[in-house]
Design a protein around this ligand. Sequence first.
Ligand SMILES: Nc1nc2c(c(=O)[nH]1)N[C@H]1C(S)=C(S)[C@@H](COP(=O)(O)O)O[C@H]1N2
Ligand SMILES: [Mo]
Length: 254
Amino acid sequence: MRVKLTRRQILHGALLTGMGGGIIAASRRFPGPVEGIYDVVDAVNYSLHDLLLAGQPLVREYSRADVALNFPTSGVTSPRDERYQQLKANAFADWRFTLDGMVANPLELSLSELKSLPAQTQVTLHTCDEGWSAVGAWTGVRLSQLLQQALLQPGARYVVFHCMDTQSNGVPYYESIDLFAASHPQTILAYGLNGEDLPEQNGAPLRLRIETQIGYKHAKFVERVEVVDSLAHIGDGRGGWWEDVDRAVWYAGL
Ligand SMILES: Nc1nc2c(c(=O)[nH]1)N[C@H]1C(S)=C(S)[C@@H](COP(=O)(O)O)O[C@H]1N2
Ligand SMILES: [Mo]
């Protein structure tokens, strides 16, 4: 059966998702054939819920005393792109974050809208494969919360981060992770470092913190998150800028 969705039904679906998979998972198992938005939301919610409950261990959190006074930088520290510099000049007031791709309810949010969502701060160790590590206190929004709001479509498998800094080969930085890593409770899109707005060199206005993986996965200057079913059409198909130019491993778990 095909259903045409009204905006209201989609919003209602989003609300159900937002209420958490727990209620749905507790009350019904997969009901059989998927017949409408509620079943789709149900199925997607259910698998996301399973992922969240899969017992993903949390990474260690440090004390505030361990925080590096000057958090080091790596890669691009000031995007030369004119568009980025213009957005920065206006304190990112005209910047918009988008979440699209295989979602029923694409999101478009300003920086202040992102900051008004439930936030979390985590004091964690960043490890770069070039041989340094440092502790920072990162503040941001859980990626899983944004994905739940956006209503993943069946078949969604990966989350791609599109960045605003053009790299040496003329291509903007990009990275990707799978839905399992995306649903980790410490995977956040961060807009704050050590109680301040995220500094430019560390990825302003928004960067990924994927605490279970190594430095280059932590995409800085993120402006668009795209949900896909395959990485074949992202860059050269290996899932990230370093993966494509230098054969870095895509799964970069610590
Ligand atoms: N957009 C973008 N993201 C990026 C990079 C980059 O050059 N551009 N470098 C990566 C690398 S190799 C590391 S170690 C971290 C460094 O983050 P930091 O500069 O905040 O220390 O960002 C990662 N994310
Ligand atoms: Mo790195």
